[in-house]
Structure formats: C-alpha cells, structure tokens
Design a protein around this ligand. Structure first.
Ligand SMILES: Cc1cc2nc3c(=O)[nH]c(=O)nc-3n(C[C@H](O)[C@H](O)[C@H](O)COP(=O)(O)OP(=O)(O)OC[C@H]3O[C@@H](n4cnc5c(N)ncnc54)[C@H](O)[C@@H]3O)c2cc1C
Length: 474
C-alpha cells in the first residue's frame, strides 16, 4: 500500500478540526511518539501527533485520512510490548491522553463508563473506594490506559479467576476506520443481539476501530484476601505444583504467578528490596479470596500443607494489605527491572495449556543455551501464560544477537505450537510478532481475519503494518 505524506494542507485541516493545541509537529513530540516499551523495535516517527477530545473530532480525522490515504495509528499510554502503537508507516499518530475522563460511575448497575485515556489504576481505585472491584489488573496498571488494555485484551495477575480485560467490557463506542460512530453493548450483562462485536473489537490492536468510550463491569470487592509467597528448591517442583494447586486447592485462586531466580534478582535490583529465600530457584505467588476470615485461613492452611508436600521450602502468608502489596510490588517490578538493567532483550508472551507449562519453562533454557543467549522466565503460570525473556549476553555483538534471537524465537514458537499454545497470550502480535504469525496460522485462517479488516477499513489506513505479514507486500 502506498500512503500519502502529511502535507502542510493536511496539517491545516487537522488544526481546523482540533485547534492549534491539538496538533503537534515539534521534533520532541515526533520522537516521543515513535516507540512504545518493546525493547527490540527501532523507533519509527509519525509525521504529526494529534490529541482529539471527542468521537466527532476522531470521525472527521478518519474521513480526512481516508480521503488523503494517510495512515492513522491509535496510541494509549505507549506501554505496549508488541509495537502496536508504533507508527509503522508514519502518518498521523492519534493519542488519547486528553480523553481521560470517567464519564459515569454507576454503582447500582455495577458499571463504570470511561474514556479510553483513563489510567487503569484510577478505575481500580475508584471502584474500591465504593466497595466494588474492577478485576482487570495488568502489571502496568499504574501506567497503561484502559483503551490500550481493551485494544490488547490485556491480561495480568487476576486472569485465572476473572478473565482478561475483554471479560469486563459490557459496551463500547467506536469510531470505525471510515469515520462512522457506532455503539455496541450497554450496561446489561447479557446481550445476544446479532454478532458479538465487542469480542471482535477487544484485542483488535487498534486495527478495526478507535475505541472512544468503554462500559466496564464491576463486581463486589473480595472481602478477605491472602497472598502466599512460596519458594521452591527447583523450577520443576514449583511449576509441577501448579496443576495440583488448581485441582486440590478447593478454591480457584485469583492468581498463580511464577518467578525464576533471575527474575527475582531483577526485581531486587530495581527496588533494592528483598523477599524471603532469595536464593531459591523459583517462587510462586498464590492469591486466594474468601467471604469470611475463617474459611480464608482454612484455605491457606490446607494449601500450605499441600505445597509443602509438593516441595516448597516454606510458605509465607500475607493476609494484610500492607504485606500483600509488598509482594505484588516485588512481582510487578520484574519487567521494569529487565527494561532498566538488561535493555537489550526480547520479552515473550507464549501461552499454553497449563499441563504444558513445565515443558515451556524448561525448554526455554535449552533453546537459549543452544543459541548462545541468556534467558529468564516469569509470568502468569496459573493461566498458562509464561513470559520467557531472551537477553543479549553483554559481550555479544548486535548482529550475532539479532540472528540468535530470531532462531531462538522460531524454536520457542514451534514448540509452543506443538504443545497446542499461542504465540501471544496478552501482549499482542503488533509489529513485533507479525513475521512469525505463519508458524501458527495457515493462509486460510489469516485470510479470514484479513477479510474482516478489508471490509471495515477498505483503504487500510487504520494502524497499518500490524498483525498481518502479508500487508507488507500490498
Ligand atoms: C512494566 C510493564 C508491565 C506490563 N504488564 C502487562 C501485563 O501484566 N499484562 C498485559 O496484558 N500487558 C502488560 N504490559 C503491556 C501493556 O501495558 C499492555 O499491552 C497495555 O494494555 C497497553 O496499554 P497502553 O495504554 O499503554 O496502550 P498502547 O501501548 O499505547 O497501545 C497498545 C495498542 O492499543 C491500540 N490502542 C490504544 N488505545 C486505543 C483506542 N482507544 N482505540 C483503539 N486502539 C487503541 C494501539 O494502537 C496499540 O495497538 C506491560 C507493559 C509494561 C511496560
């Protein structure tokens, strides 16, 4: 696809729609919006950055972009880990930073209505202040936007019990790639009126429409919670205990997270705070919830006993908010530690049926060794999602690293496919993984998705260069 450049005339038209302050072409803006948090991608600059405040403004911009054949890349907070918000073909970068209002908090219907630029943590806090709970919880909740969470169908630490972001979305307002404003869903829980458009739009990575309003479901806040920190002598024992915890706990934990020794060290370096048994080969974090204190302590005593039988070195129970938050702060610091201390890395996101997790974690070490690179693993093992991170050895040169990484990724993906898994459980395909989509999908499957894309976005102006490898050829 040949796109047009953003000319002086286009800039003037954008200013007519948004006013002077809503359109930026300054160098520092173009640089700032040229990347997200995906370590291995080169920055790609937009030609202009725009800050709409209403769906009507967005509609006008998309109509202009179609008329002029200019690409538009939506961007939330830019914390993405697959290059989804990177403007692959230049053009217009559309940021939702100024669409950051909570439009309505409606506790009687157990919903909150928000604009896409609201930071996720703000929604969590608002709900909790009213005894309610927004269950979406990506580790980036303090910095990512809800629009980005919906567009990526973000996961995180509570997916095991509550599902990914999409499970909490009851309704959306969307500006289509051709500029129409449409609404699907509402404040009701059940809705089978026609196709399930919310499912289609959630996780569409900004390629099928621009989400301008989201109706999120809230649930009662869990009354009592306990977070167990469980060190193990070996990765094997930790990982093998996960299916047993799931079947024997007697209650579905909201989280089962895994951290290997190197991940623990990353968080330690980042925070300068330690956790017990730092020298253990692996730790699990298990969170359980209950309606009353007695059944909570019964559940964690039972679980503790089983974990000790499964090889745990010790079971530490945090049942007050301060201690629990300390554990979660430590866990959430792992990706930040990696970004800070090993900037040349590749964070993967494979997801497999839970019984296959031990194979993925063990094999990632073998794969890294075979290609002469380093690795560490952490992630949401309770739901089968493991973040295998490949790291460039300090002494390795860039071109050797790139080749070794590519081969390691192909090995990891082929194994994941063999185990019945998927290339990405929560971070998306974006720019980063599109080259490897063919390992997982045949031509017919890709064409099925591409037909939807072409029907909704005939000029392919919305977030081009993402998900589909073939679009590069068009
Ligand atoms: C330290 C750290 C921890 C993380 N932990 C997790 C985790 O636990 N779980 C997880 O799933 N992810 C995690 N991530 C990845 C990232 O935070 C999520 O993918 C998040 O959902 C991205 O939100 P964002 O607002 O930053 O979106 P961006 O990165 O700005 O955009 C992401 C995608 O959404 C599209 N988009 C954004 N807004 C809209 C909109 N309004 N309409 C249409 N498309 C839109 C963009 O085009 C892009 O394709 C983590 C990232 C970091 C840096």
């Amino acid at each position: 696809m040949n796109y047009s450049r953003v000319t002086r005339e286009v800039i003037e038209k954008l200013k007519e729609i948004l006013g002077e302050g809503g359109v930026r072409i300054d160098r520092d803006y173009l640089e700032r919006y040229s990347k997200d948090e995906t370590a291995e991608l080169e920055p790609l600059e937009p030609e202009v950055v725009v800050f709409p405040k209403t769906p009507e403004e967005i509609s006008k911009i998309l109509k202009l972009a179609n008329e002029m054949k200019i690409p538009v890349t939506p961007r939330g907070a830019g914390t993405g880990l697959s290059g989804g918000a990177v403007p692959a073909h230049g053009g217009i970068l559309m940021s939702f930073e100024r669409m950051n209002r909570i439009l309505e908090f409606d506790p009687e219907n157990m919903v909150v209505v928000v604009e896409p630029g609201v930071i996720t943590d703000e929604i969590q806090k608002l709900a909790e202040q009213h005894g309610l709970y927004y269950a979406g919880d990506p580790a980036s909740s303090e910095s990512s936007s809800i629009g980005g969470n919906v567009a990526e169908n973000a996961g995180g630490t509570r997916v095991l019990k509550y599902g990914p972001t999409g499970y909490h979305v009851l309704g959306v307002e969307v500006v289509t790639p051709t500029g129409e404003i449409v609404n699907f869903g509402g404040k009701m829980v059940k809705n089978v009126m026609g196709y399930d458009m919310i499912r289609l739009l959630v996780g569409s990575e900004g390629t099928l429409g621009i989400i301008t309003k989201i109706i999120l479901r809230l649930i009662p806040k869990p009354k009592y919670l306990a977070t167990l920190l469980v060190p193990f002598k070996s990765v094997d024992e930790a990982i093998l205990s996960v299916p047993k915890v799931l079947s024997e706990a007697g209650t579905l934990p909201s989280s089962i997270e895994f951290m290997d020794k190197k991940s623990v060290q990353m968080a330690y370096k980042f925070l300068n705070e330690s956790i017990p048994n730092m020298e253990a080969d692996a730790h699990l974090i298990i969170e359980i919830e209950s309606a009353d204190k007695e059944s909570l302590s019964k559940a964690y005593f039972n679980l503790g006993d089983s974990l000790m039988k499964m090889g745990a070195i010790e079971v530490y129970v945090a049942d007050n908010r301060h201690q629990r938050m300390k554990i979660w702060k430590f866990r959430k610091a792992i990706p930040e530690g990696i970004i800070a201390f090993r900037p040349v890395h590749c964070m993967e996101d494979v997801s497999v049926p839970i019984r296959e997790i031990p194979k993925i974690v063990k094999s990632s070490d073998d794969i890294a060794e075979r290609h002469g690179i380093e690795t560490l693993s952490f992630g949401h093992v309770g739901d089968g999602n493991v973040h295998v991170v490949f790291l460039k050895p300090i002494e390795m040169d860039e071109s050797t690293w790139k080749k070794a990484l590519d081969e390691a990724l192909v090995d990891l993906y082929k194994l994941t496919k063999e185990l019945g898994g998927t290339m990405t459980g929560e971070h998306g395909v974006g720019l980063k993984r599109k080259k490897y989509l063919k390992i997982f999908m045949n031509d017919e499957e890709m064409e099925f998705m591409m037909k939807i894309k072409k029907a909704l976005d005939p000029n392919l102006i919305l977030n081009p260069g993402k998900i589909f490898p073939e679009r590069d050829k068009s």
